[in-house]
Structures are given as structure tokens and as C-alpha cells.
Design a protein. Structure first.
Length: 600
């Protein structure tokens, strides 16, 4: 068995070697024909819309390759560029699915790589074919490809039989690898290298902002663990594409960093794939992944809670009701006293204000009266009847409704109502600056803090002294936390929506080679519904770590005993009434003594 296996391997090596030698013979003797055949094979592997050809037009061999090889392919559009003056950003004008062909004849023509890099800005991972007689400094060319983040490169050396066709391997480190030709081989000219990064180390970092990311110690090992949909997304990326992750800075639990600072680190090429998202304010999407989530931004404010019994009495005995009673009693007392004076010449100054028949009658109480023969007094008592009936009925109805069906405080539902209220929105200073710059009318209602941890803890613990800015993703956790509460702690009225459409993307380095695999993974994650699973796992970990609690702060009770404090306004009215009675009594005593002495 081993003997047969050895024969098969030897014959395979011989076949590959003979095929390579025959290929190099054809390439060296007729490079024009092979260039045409090679581009046709590349097109058959995966079609492209056009050819972008960069060359030095003064080189004779280049002209031969062009005239006798590539020019014969009339069905494929070609864009030819010979110097920097003719350059432009190809992505701004044409489709980016192209084959870039660079002709190099001397090492001094390596500046054509710079021209190609400028032209293919934001599309450096396009398929590139370098055709050259020979390249002495292949390491320099390799470093240029690495510097410009070109990953799909083939190099044809048609005058060097020992090397022939070289394929760039970007992982784990940039290097050239000889491409072996075999008629039965399934090797691709341009494979998706990112499907196996061969344990390439990727730098990342997280902002530790819930619910995007949660950092906590493992109870068994004591090592820090990550949860949240963004860390899980990046960890899945590394696991799926055979890469390893490393924090760009030491990760300290509880030390939170705003996502804008991490995005600046990405722009400075200090990390590869961050565990944060960003929304392009200025419309610069080219250095970002596809949209990871569609979000909204709104203000969460304390919900309107039921009034206490003490507050219910305050509503019943409101200033409007007291004024209504005083005005009606005073008016009827004046008319009653005036009628008695006109008809019976009875005059009492006190009856103008306090009438012992009008007050109890208006409040629905019984009172004694003399036989009435005057029509005017009968009409006064009829008005008193209807007034007392209306007042007592309305008061009884209000008591019945307010005590049986809980009434709520007035809630804030619009930006204008928020401005008029005393409620302030607590925000992190960088977040506040960003929102105020786009929503100037919120400036008066926002107070900012430089302590990011304080803001997040106050929001997470439902400190109802403030309102907070939150996203739909974060509100998803808070809404789930309040699911079993008797009364909701915080609400998000539709009138307090600040941003109705926020696309969040993962920021990447300029011309990042990880954009294509990340975009592919983002769509697969949404197709499989992994976001919902990650949210549930995060919520479970937050419960285990006591970061949130499902304990109802307002548990239901079968009954509630009234206390002295509940009847505060009743006691206050009684005390005020007794005080006024004593005051009037002392005034009467003083007047009586004064009049008695005067008579003597």
C-alpha cells in the first residue's frame, strides 16, 4: 500500500513539474499569447466588467504585449493609464469589479504601484495581475503591496523560467508563493484568502458600554470575559476565519471608553476591528462595514406614577374648587342678606360674608329656616339647592373615581413640555455635544457629566431624578427589565424621539482588507437571527451579575391602610378652621368688652 502511494505521489510531482515546464516554455516563447489566455482563464474563474491597465507606454515589450495580446479581447472594456496626470479615482466613475493589470519592465517602474494604489483607492482588494519580464527586488514590491493593503495579486514573470507565476499570500504574513499549474487542479487564481487567515493576530478593543459590551470576571478562572452583541460579533469573526484576537490596550474592567475615542484609534491604524459601532454623520461610509443595525435615539424619562392618597386630596381640594365654593357662597350670602334687608329691614354685616343658612345648604347639609313668604327668598333657596346638589354630586363623583381608579401625575410627552418641566436629561459630555450640535432646542434640558460610568450606572439603576438619552437597542434591555413591574419606571414617549433613523456600522481602517469578510458575516448573522440570541445571553449574564434586578419596586398589595400622613390636607383644613374660629371668638370677646365699657 505504501509502495503504491509513493508511486502516485511521484507521478503527481512529475506531472506538475512537466506541466510547469511546458507552461514556462510557452510563456517565454510567446508571452503575448499566454497573457491573452491567462486573462481569459481569470475571466472564466469569475467575470469582471472591465480591465484597468497601467503601464509605461515607452517600453517596447509592453507595447507588444498590449497590441498582440490584450487588445484582441474586444468584448471587454479597457481603461489605459500611463502616468499620474491621467489618474483618477476609479470607484467614483465606474463599477469596481475589474481586473487591474500592471506592466513592469524595470525595478524603477515600481512607482506604477503607487499610481495603481491611488487609482484603486477604496477598492484595493480588487484582482491585480502584475506582468513583468523580471523583478529583482521582489521584497520591495511585496512591502508595497502590504503598505497599500493589496491582497489579491498575481505576478507573471515571463522571462524567468524558475519562477513563472507567483501568487501573493497575505496571511499570516505577506509572502510570495509559486503558483503550480495542473490541468486537473482546482486551484484558483484569486481565492478568497480571508476564509483562512492562518491565525493572523487582529487588534481590537471595547468601550464596555451596555448593552453593546459587558466585561466581567469568570467566577472559575478569574479571567476577564466578554459578552454583548459587538464582542460576540468580533469573536465569531476570529473563530470563523481562523484568526486570533488581541486587545490593543490592557483591558480594565469598569474603565469605560467612549466609542468616538476608539474610532479615532481605528483611524490612526492602532487596531484592526473594534468592538464598537459608529454612524457616519458626514456621509463618509467608505471606511465602514455594511450596516450592522438600524437604530433610533430617544429620551427615556420617568413614567407618570399614581398619586398618593395625600395627593388625591390635594387634587380634590384644589384652588379652583375652593375659589368656586367661596365665590358661590359669597354671592348667595350677599343676595340672601340683601333680600332680607329690603323686605324685612333686617341687617347683619356678618351675613354678607358668612351666612349660617347659605353655607350648610351649599355644602349639601341641612339647615333651619323660618317660614318663607317672599318669592325672592324662595328663588335664592332654589338656586342654593341646585348649587349644593351640583357641588356635592361632583365632589362625590371625584372622590369615587380618584380613589377607585388611580390617577397619575401629568407626564411629559413632547420637547416643549420637557422644556417647561423641571426634569433634566443627564448625558455624557461627548454625547451631549454631539446631540446639541444637531438638536439645538434640547440645550436647555441637558446637563452633562464627564464621568461616563456615573451616567451609565444612574441610567442602569433607574435613578428617576433625571431623564436619559438611549438607543432602541439599549431600551430593549430596559423594557425587558420592567416587564414584570407593577408600574413602569421609565417610558419613551414618541414625541421625545430625537433621531428616527440611525444606521450603525463597524469602523475600519482605510482600505481595510477585513471589510469584505466582515460584510459577509454581518449579513449571515442577521439571516440566522443571532442578534436576538446574543441579546438574550447578555440579559442572562446581567441578571447573574446583579447588574439588573427583576424585583418589583412597587409590589401589589391586597389592601393599604390609611395613615395620618394620607389625611394631611384634611387635618390642615381642620386646624385652619379651628384657628380661625378661635380668632373670631377672641375678636368677638374684645368687641363685647369694648362695647360694654362704653355703655357704662
Amino acid at each position: 500500500m505504501q509502495y503504491l502511494l509513493g508511486i502516485i505521489v511521484n507521478w503527481s510531482i512529475v506531472a506538475i513539474t512537466s506541466y510547469d515546464l511546458s507552461f514556462m516554455s510557452v510563456t517565454k516563447n510567446n508571452p503575448q499569447k499566454y497573457c491573452k489566455t491567462l486573462t481569459e482563464d481569470i475571466y472564466a474563474e469569475r467575470a469582471f466588467d472591465a480591465m484597468l491597465i497601467i503601464l509605461n507606454a515607452n517600453t517596447k515589450s509592453t507595447k507588444d504585449l498590449m497590441l498582440e495580446g490584450l487588445y484582441q479581447q474586444e468584448n471587454i472594456p479597457k481603461v489605459i493609464m500611463t502616468n499620474r496626470a491621467e489618474s483618477f479615482l476609479y470607484k467614483q466613475r465606474f463599477n469596481e469589479d475589474i481586473l487591474l493589470i500592471i506592466f513592469l519592465n524595470e525595478d524603477k517602474e515600481l512607482d506604477l504601484i503607487d499610481l495603481a494604489a491611488y487609482t484603486t483607492n477604496y477598492m484595493r482588494q480588487t484582482r491585480i495581475l502584475i506582468i513583468a519580464e523580471y523583478v529583482r527586488d521582489k521584497e520591495k514590491l511585496l512591502k508595497l503591496c502590504q503598505h497599500y493593503k493589496m491582497t489579491n495579486v498575481l505576478m507573471l514573470l515571463y522571462s524567468t523560467a524558475a519562477e513563472g507565476l507567483l501568487q501573493l499570500q497575505p496571511y499570516p504574513d505577506y509572502h510570495w508563493q509559486k503558483f503550480h499549474f495542473n490541468s486537473s487542479s482546482q486551484l484558483l487564481y484569486y481565492p478568497q484568502h480571508w476564509r483562512n487567515m492562518k491565525n493572523r493576530t487582529l487588534l481590537t478593543f471595547t468601550d464596555q458600554t451596555l448593552p453593546r459590551a459587558l466585561v466581567f470576571p469568570d467566577p472559575k478562572s478569574g479571567q476577564l470575559k466578554l459578552n454583548g452583541y459587538l464582542p460576540r460579533m468580533v469573536m465569531l469573526f476570529a473563530e470563523l476565519y481562523n484568526a486570533s484576537l488581541k486587545m490593543s490596550h490592557p483591558l480594565v474592567m469598569g474603565k469605560k471608553t467612549h466609542f468616538s475615542i476608539i474610532n479615532q484609534m481605528v483611524d490612526q491604524n492602532l487596531m484592526d476591528i473594534p468592538m464598537v459601532t459608529d454612524s457616519s454623520v458626514n456621509g463618509h461610509w467608505l471606511n465602514m462595514s455594511d450596516t450592522f443595525e438600524i437604530d433610533q435615539g430617544f429620551l427615556m424619562i420617568p413614567c407618570a406614577h399614581p398619586r398618593s392618597i395625600r395627593e388625591v386630596y390635594m387634587v380634590l381640594l384644589s384652588g379652583t374648587f375652593i375659589c368656586f365654593v367661596i365665590i358661590c357662597i359669597s354671592s348667595l350670602s350677599f343676595v340672601h342678606t340683601l333680600c332680607e334687608y329690603v323686605n324685612k329691614h333686617r341687617w347683619n354685616y356678618i351675613n354678607f360674608i358668612i351666612n349660617d343658612r347659605i353655607i350648610p345648604g351649599f355644602l349639601g347639609l341641612s339647615f333651619s329656616t323660618r317660614s318663607i313668604s317672599l318669592l325672592s327668598l324662595k328663588l335664592v333657596y332654589l338656586l342654593l339647592f341646585f348649587g349644593g346638589l351640583y357641588t356635592s354630586t361632583q365632589f362625590s363623583a371625584n372622590i369615587g373615581s380618584l380613589f377607585t381608579i388611580p390617577s397619575y401625575h401629568r407626564k411629559v410627552e413632547t420637547i416643549d413640555e420637557l422644556k417647561q418641566s423641571s426634569l433634566k436629561i443627564l448625558m455624557f459630555d461627548k454625547e451631549a455635544e454631539s446631540i446639541i450640535s444637531r438638536r439645538e432646542h434640547l440645550r436647555e434640558s441637558i446637563i452633562s457629566s464627564k464621568n461616563m460610568s456615573y451616567v451609565q450606572e444612574a441610567r442602569l439603576n433607574f435613578n428617576n431624578s433625571f431623564g436619559y438619552y438611549t438607543s432602541a437597542t439599549t431600551w430593549r434591555i430596559f423594557r425587558r427589565k420592567q416587564q414584570y413591574f407593577t408600574y413602569k419606571e421609565f417610558c419613551v414617549p414618541d414625541g421625545l424621539t430625537v433621531f428616527r433613523f440611525i444606521p450603525w456600522n463597524i469602523p475600519l481602517q482605510h482600505n481595510s482588507p477585513y471589510k469584505e469578510p466582515l460584510n459577509y458575516l454581518i449579513h449571515r448573522v442577521h439571516d440566522l437571527g443571532l442578534m436576538d440570541a446574543w441579546h438574550s445571553m447578555l440579559f442572562s449574564d446581567m441578571l447573574k451579575l446583579d447588574l439588573i434586578s427583576l424585583r418589583d419596586p412597587y409590589p401589589k398589595r391586597a389592601f393599604k391602610q390609611m395613615t395620618v400622613n394620607d389625611l394631611f390636607w384634611i387635618w390642615l383644613i381642620v386646624v385652619i378652621g379651628l384657628a380661625l374660629s378661635l380668632l373670631v371668638f377672641f375678636i368677638e370677646l374684645m368687641l363685647y368688652n369694648f362695647c360694654y365699657r362704653k355703655i357704662k
